[in-house]
Design a protein around this ligand. Structure first.
Ligand SMILES: Cc1cc2nc3c(=O)[nH]c(=O)nc-3n(C[C@H](O)[C@H](O)[C@H](O)COP(=O)(O)OP(=O)(O)OC[C@H]3O[C@@H](n4cnc5c(N)ncnc54)[C@H](O)[C@@H]3O)c2cc1C
Length: 406
């Protein structure tokens, strides 16, 4: 799958680490296939255990969809808490939102401080505005639900938004405890940490064949080298749909730009991350080198040619949307980077751990959704515990057979 095209930004901000190709037959307790956000978090958390771990990727390290990620980390999901309660019931939905809050805290307090370059992680609040007047009752209901269960949120009226941002939106929710980071640097740093703690890492090593019939899993790389593994984690992102199709998964096309550096933006309060109630939605953030990233304008196509043929048009539309929010940028802003990429969601709004009879002792980590990074933190810890102890009390939420309310 051709995951992303155009001129992506993050790979220009950081020289990745280099790892060898696999050229021999090896054994391990756990094989992680994939070095994006999902595989990197698995490698990080497993490096803290006594298990022998191998990570392989067919591309350069972290050059799947993680390099197209725009790096907004939020505890609120594309599917509101209110709507998640309708689908899964109060207990499961509130637990899922609490796990997203916890994942952000784990990242901030435990993971990032261990990394050599801190991943450009910055705690931020988010502004979630009503795209139209019609969305205000839904936003009010969501605010009431968030407060009822103790999630950190404020409700801002039109006047308050206007006095802090200049633009006029009917209402918004401000959430606390969110963060921005550089997703490419972060995944690279996680793998670097894991490698320093004993995880063997190989790039340009594509798994092309598996034999799950023996006691252990045998996986073969293109050049004939093999890996014998007790457990396998398929952290292969949206391409996992080509291995085993999850009918709950949906692939679409998404677009983003990173502008030229803009030093002063008078009306962008606290550099908050900005998003909206429309679906698909527009979102925006700033970077540590003073660029603005704005993304969205999703299209349903899964054809690479069609996705890529729209990159220039989407770039111009995103710039226009940015200037509508911040008219002072008109004439000063241009897109230094612009890209289109496949993006995975789920019909029911939750990410998934897939376990299949044909893949013994194997886990498919599918962090599909706009909160993919937060999901990969949650799911990688659950999978680590499933391997270590055979259970995790929250695993039921994310199993592909999860219980719905109806
Ligand atoms: C435009 C855009 C913006 C986004 N913005 C955000 C955001 O702001 N916040 C957020 O949290 N998420 C965001 N996401 C989602 C986020 O990018 C994904 O959730 C995340 O990158 C998925 O990581 P992954 O590790 O699962 O997949 P990937 O990064 O694709 O990693 C999978 C890896 O598996 C490897 N692989 C596949 N098959 C094989 C094989 N057979 N052998 C060896 N290796 C293999 C691939 O080469 C790849 O490197 C965004 C996505 C897009 C497209």
């Amino acid at each position: 799958m051709d995951l992303a095209n155009g001129k992506t930004y993050w790979n220009h901000t950081f020289n990745g680490y280099v790892y060898p190709k696999l050229e021999e037959n090896i054994e391990c307790d756990v094989l992680i296939i994939g070095s994006g956000s999902s595989g990197a978090h698995c490698a990080y958390f497993l490096s803290e255990t006594n298990l022998s771990v191998v990570l392989v990727d067919k591309r350069d390290i972290c050059c799947g969809s993680t390099r197209a990620n725009t790096g907004l980390l939020q505890y609120c999901n594309d599917k509101t808490l209110t709507s998640t309660i309708h689908s899964f019931g109060e207990e499961a939905a509130v637990r899922h939102y609490s796990l997203c809050v916890q994942a952000l805290q784990t990242l901030k307090n435990q993971v990032v401080p261990n990394l050599s370059n801190q991943s450009d992680f910055i705690s931020r609040r988010s502004l979630y505005f009503a795209s139209t007047e019609n969305d205000v009752p839904m936003l009010e209901e969501e605010f009431t639900t968030l407060k009822k269960y103790g999630f950190p949120a404020e409700y801002w009226t039109r006047e308050r938004i206007q006095s802090h941002f200049g633009f006029s939106k009917a209402a918004s929710i401000i959430t606390d405890g969110d963060a921005e980071l550089n997703p490419f640097k972060h995944a690279q740093s996680l793998i670097h940490y894991a490698h320093n703690h004993g995880v063997r890492v190989y790039e340009h090593s594509k798994i092309i064949r598996k034999d799950h019939s023996a006691d252990k899993n045998m996986l073969y790389v293109e050049n004939g080298s093999s890996i014998t593994a007790e457990y396998v984690i398929y952290a292969t992102g949206y391409e996992s749909q080509e291995e085993v199709l999850d009918p709950n998964g949906v692939i679409v096309s998404s677009y983003a730009i990173a502008t030229n550096p803009i030093r002063e933006i008078a009306n962008w309060y606290e550099n908050m991350m900005i998003w909206e109630t429309a679906r698909p939605y527009i979102y925006a953030r700033q970077t540590i080198d003073h660029r603005i990233i704005i993304g969205g304008l999703d299209e349903t196509t899964t054809r690479v040619e069609k996705r890529d043929s729209m990159i220039i048009h989407k770039r111009d539309q995103l710039l226009k949307q940015l200037c509508e929010l911040f008219p002072e940028l008109e004439g000063k802003v241009k897109a230094d980077y612009y890209w289109g990429a496949f993006f995975g969601e789920t019909h029911d709004g939750l990410p998934t751990i897939g376990i299949y009879n044909d893949y013994p002792n194997s886990f498919f980590l599918r962090g599909f959704g706009g909160n993919g990074t937060v999901y990969s933190i949650i799911l990688s810890q659950i999978i680590r515990d499933l391997i270590l102890t055979g259970s995790h009390k929250d695993a039921y939420l994310y199993m592909k057979e999860r219980p719905t309310k109806r």
